[in-house]
Design a binder for this molecule. Structure first.
Ligand SMILES: NC(=O)C1=CN([C@@H]2O[C@H](COP(=O)(O)OP(=O)(O)OC[C@H]3O[C@@H](n4cnc5c(N)ncnc54)[C@H](O)[C@@H]3O)[C@@H](O)[C@H]2O)C=CC1
Ligand SMILES: O=C(O)[C@@H]1CCC=N1
Length: 276
């Protein structure tokens, strides 16, 4: 890692900036003094989280973040991105900006920042906080191999990271893995509710549901066996799993999940204006 990575700034200090920061610290890649984040002055919770929980610098002036950093995450909600970029454009020359904002294109960002700023667009997800994020990224026109290596180093410290060949895939990645943890949390909650309905204590039900999701995901990744075969291995003739799976199929489980990814992707496309 070069010295350039020593100060990392976040424009926006909310849930995702905190998850990434916690991950970078937990992984040992960075420590608190290497981080600085800005939040809206009314957002005391974000400022407090950076100051008290992460022991990092938190400010309400976006310019200060860019002045003090060589690498800057753009981590506000998409509707605030342009305002924030206008705040810092005069300081952006020669710096590396990493945008995690849903549906905000490289072009939109580059148009506002200095012509020699470098931009990389990333879609991470919230398990960054426990070093199990999965990220994809795409380079802006000025981004160098060195920049791509820095982004890979940062994101691989908190999970997996893959480069996309085209920005048009960013929206579907957002709909699948960016938003995906929310779908999985619903699944875990529903599994646990089912357990509770059938008599399990609530805390045991959550532990079993969460570990079942974790273990099943790990089995898919580690074994490299097709999920359909892994499913077959759990289903015995006349067994309970066959009855459970049949219930899911009758109630459109797969169709519902496919539709959720598609709906989220379409929402990103609406915002980014990029079509398939
Ligand atoms: N939450 C998630 O799981 C993921 C979020 N993202 C992206 O990350 C971005 C941030 O999302 P969250 O962290 O969930 O939002 P959030 O609402 O938790 O955080 C937004 C932050 O922006 C700050 N902010 C608002 N106006 C500002 C201004 N004028 N100047 C400086 N800071 C300002 C707020 O104070 C807050 O700290 C979004 O663009 C989202 O698409 C990407 C992947 C996953
Ligand atoms: O829903 C959102 O705005 C973001 C995109 C990925 C996860 N959350």
């Amino acid at each position: 890692m070069t010295n350039r990575i020593l100060k990392i700034g976040f424009l926006g200090a909310g849930k995702m900036a905190q998850a990434l920061s916690k991950g970078f610290i937990k992984s040992g890649l960075l420590s608190s003094q290497h981080l600085i984040a800005s939040a809206h002055p009314s957002d005391e919770a974000s400022l407090k989280a950076f100051r008290d929980d992460l022991k990092a610098e938190a400010v309400t002036q976006n310019q200060l973040v860019v002045e003090k950093s060589e690498i800057i995450f753009i981590s506000t909600k998409p509707n605030v991105v342009k305002t924030v970029l206008h705040d810092v454009k005069a300081l952006s020359s020669g710096k590396l900006f990493i945008s995690i904002a849903m549906g905000t294109t490289l072009d939109e960002i580059q148009k506002i920042l200095a012509h020699d700023s470098r931009i990389i667009r990333v879609m991470p997800n919230i398990p960054a906080t426990v070093l199990e994020s999965c990220s994809v990224f795409v380079r802006g026109k000025n981004a160098t191999d060195d920049d791509a290596n820095i982004v890979q180093k940062l994101l691989k410290s908190i999970g997996t990271c893959e480069e996309l060949t085209t920005e048009s895939l960013m929206d579907v990645c957002t709909g699948l893995s960016g938003s995906g943890p929310a779908y999985v949390f619903l699944l875990i909650e529903s599994l646990a509710d089912g357990g509770v309905k059938c008599g399990l204590p609530r805390d045991l039900a959550y532990r079993l549901a969460a570990q079942t999701v974790l273990g099943s995901g790990k089995l898919v990744i580690d074994s490299n066996i097709h999920p359909a075969i892994l499913k077959d291995n759990v289903m015995s003739p006349l067994g309970s799993t066959a009855y459970g799976v049949h219930y899911l199929e009758k109630n459109n489980f797969r169709n519902t999940i496919i539709g959720a990814v598609e709906a989220a992707t379409n929402r990103c496309r609406e915002i980014s204006g990029i079509s398939k």
